[in-house]
Design a binder for this molecule. Structure first.
Ligand code: PYC
Length: 306
């Protein structure tokens, strides 16, 4: 029987399963190389942790590894129901809160190595987490997409640690009751964006107004495996900040309050860095479970339903 120690958190409703011990040996080297080893040699570990029957499409996994960048305290590799993520904002917040719960970090600076760069995070005495994300930027503005059954829409394409297609004023009602049509709308956008020559874009983010006072925007984010993000999406909010900065709609240091489809909040701001920005994202997470997962060799679905 293989035993895997995990801590489950949620960040604004979006779950993260942090693997503390019992994960695969991915060797040394940069985390971008170790992700390739994970994918090619240990992908069953990914599905065992986040896939059914132990997990669900909504879970993001975070494997705790030794950092390659020696300025970092820890390394994290994020994965989901269909593959691997460059960075994950809600997952990073959840992992740091979980590490604090395990007594492995104290309030103050925590540096985390990821496959797309290192992250400086601060765990507050109140349990909140702020982190400086990887440099983010808008790659394309006003890309016209032809959507079957809808007509032409315009989007931006931006990097915030993952690739996003961002769509404003899409006419959709961003409510939980509308998740099924929003999912199908975003799927069509993703197909159109890929057909337009951007197959690397695997997250789609719709924006609309929020009904909460003091909140600038509400979003709906469709993740690569067709689950929607219950949190406001840390990498998606970073991509949004890059677009706002490029449009001159948000000054450096000014606060942007982003609400998710379930009503949870991230606060964001940025500082310029050459032709990119460094986003700072703040959110909170809660610990939900401390567990030991069991991989029973006699169980036909021990490694998940694949
Ligand atoms: O918070 O960056 C994020 C994220 C990506 C996918 C799900 N959450």
């Amino acid at each position: 029987m293989q035993r895997i120690k995990v801590l489950d958190t949620h960040t604004g409703g979006e779950p993260t399963r942090l693997v503390l011990a019992g994960g695969p040996d991915l060797g040394g080297g940069p985390l971008a190389d170790r992700v390739m080893v994970f994918k090619e040699k240990h992908d069953t570990f990914r599905s065992a942790i986040v896939g059914e029957p132990r997990g669900s499409d909504v879970f993001v996994g975070a494997l705790l590894v030794e950092p390659h960048d020696k300025t970092c305290h820890f390394g994290l590799i994020f994965f989901n129901n269909v593959g691997y993520l460059g960075m994950c904002g809600h997952g990073l917040i959840g992992a740091i809160v979980a590490l604090a719960h395990a007594g492995m970090v104290k309030p103050g600076l925590v540096r985390i190595d990821t496959p797309v760069g290192n992250i400086a995070a601060v765990l507050g005495a109140d349990g909140g987490v702020s982190f400086d994300n990887v440099p983010s930027y808008r790659r394309h503005h006003g890309v016209e997409l032809a959507l079957a059954g809808v007509g032409n829409i315009r989007c931006d394409i931006a990097w915030g640690g993952n690739w996003f297609c961002l769509v404003e004023h899409n006419g959709q009602q961003l409510t939980l009751a509308n998740v099924a049509p929003l999912t199908s709308y975003c799927q069509r956008i993703r197909q159109a964006v890929s057909a337009a020559g951007y197959p690397e874009v695997d997250h789609v983010e719709l924006f609309g107004p929020s009904a909460q006072p003091g909140v600038h925007s509400r979003n709906f984010v469709l993740c690569p495996g067709l689950a929607y993000d219950r949190s406001p999406c840390g990498t998606g909010t970073s991509a949004k900040l890059a677009c706002l900065a490029a449009d001159g709609q948000l000054a450096p240091g000014a606060e942007w309050v982003q609400e998710s489809i379930v009503g949870s909040i991230f606060r964001g701001s940025y500082r310029p860095l050459g032709d990119r920005i460094v986003p700072t994202i703040t959110g909170t997470a809660r610990v939900m479970a401390e567990a030991t997962l069991l991989i029973d060799p006699a169980d036909p679905f021990a490694w998940g339903i694949r």
